[in-house]
Write a protein that binds this ligand. Structure first.
Ligand code: KIV
Length: 306
């Protein structure tokens, strides 16, 4: 049962609100954002959770995997997204991804990394990949006061161990391990868990067995919420067509068309037109004597505001 009056939305989505949403059967909408502009857009679209995913390594930085992303870079992008969200209604819950190498080496390291994402990046929670092997790490971060979202199934930071980006848990033994991992993460204090590229049947069972919300990506409709990479759902890269992505727009094609028209107008001399130009009827200029050329002048402090 919702504790909110019909139509009233909580001012801010907390870990408790996400648990309540699971209990009341309200689906949780999660999307990635990597910069302030995207953050403003997704917040205005009233998503519940914004994830600064280390997928930015591929989407923003152009790497082949998420492995080269550093903690400094994650902090930088989290802070940009936090500033973007601050310009909206402040409702969305912000999660920062723990990048490869920021938590695997030990619990002290992991706590320090999580704290940076919160203190410097403005994240309210962190996400990390891995199951039962990471319960000590999860416990320590949670004990330090930082909520942790787990991530099971296809875990991109283990791409080499998995032998590629392939669906996980198709056989009973591996599926059973994923279920065990999910229970272990819940027991260690995770407040939610992402299930990436696992059979819908497995995701449904995990979701039913956990009290914390499951957030699916390529895990079928039976999860408590769904997450997609913003650029994927906007169709920014028309050549990227994995089965689990639905393109809700074709912004890649629209952007390419817009830039091509801009370039054509620049070349044709039709942009900028008079409407995009500044004017002054007060200009009385003298030719610049040859001996003054090359002399450094201070900038004009009384420039025209745009
Ligand atoms: O890095 C990311 O964007 C993610 C989501 C796809 C879950 O981990």
């Amino acid at each position: 049962m919702s504790t909110h009056a019909p139509g009233a939305r909580p001012r801010h989505v907390t870990v408790h609100e996400l648990r309540r949403m699971k209990e009341s059967g309200e689906r949780i909408a999660v999307v990635t954002a990597y910069d302030a502009t995207a953050a403003r857009l997704v917040a205005a679209a009233e998503v519940d959770v914004v994830l600064v995913g280390d997928s930015l390594g591929m989407v923003v930085q152009g790497h082949e995997s998420t492995l080269p992303v550093t903690l400094d870079q994650m902090v930088y992008h989290c802070a940009a997204v936090r500033r973007g969200l601050a310009r909206g209604d402040g409702r969305a819950h912000l999660v920062g991804d723990m990048p490869f190498g920021s938590y695997q080496a030990g619990t002290d390291d992991a706590v320090r990394s999580a704290m940076r994402l919160v203190a410097e990046g403005g994240a309210e929670a962190v996400k990390l990949e891995g199951g039962a092997d990471y319960v000590d790490v999860v416990r320590r971060i949670v004990r330090a006061g930082v909520p942790v979202m787990g991530h099971l199934g296809l875990t991109p930071q283990s791409v080499h161990k998995m032998g590629g980006y392939v669906v996980q848990g198709k056989e009973s033994e591996k599926a059973q391990q994923i279920l065990r991992d999910a229970r272990a993460l819940e027991g260690a204090g995770c407040y939610a868990v992402v299930l990436e590229c696992v059979p819908a049947e497995l995701a449904r069972i995990v979701t039913a067995q956990l009290r914390i919300p499951t957030i699916g990506i390529g895990a079928g409709p039976g999860c408590d919420g769904q997450v997609l990479v913003l650029n994927d759902l906007l169709g920014m890269d028309p050549s990227f067509t994995p089965k689990f992505v639905k393109r809700f727009a074709e912004l890649g094609a629209a952007a390419q068309e817009a830039v091509a028209r801009y370039a054509a107008e620049v070349r044709g001399g039709t942009f900028p037109s008079d409407a995009h130009s500044f004017h002054s009827s007060a200009l009385r200029l003298m030719p610049v004597p040859a001996e003054e050329q090359g002399r450094e002048e201070p900038p004009d402090a009384m420039g025209t505001p745009i």
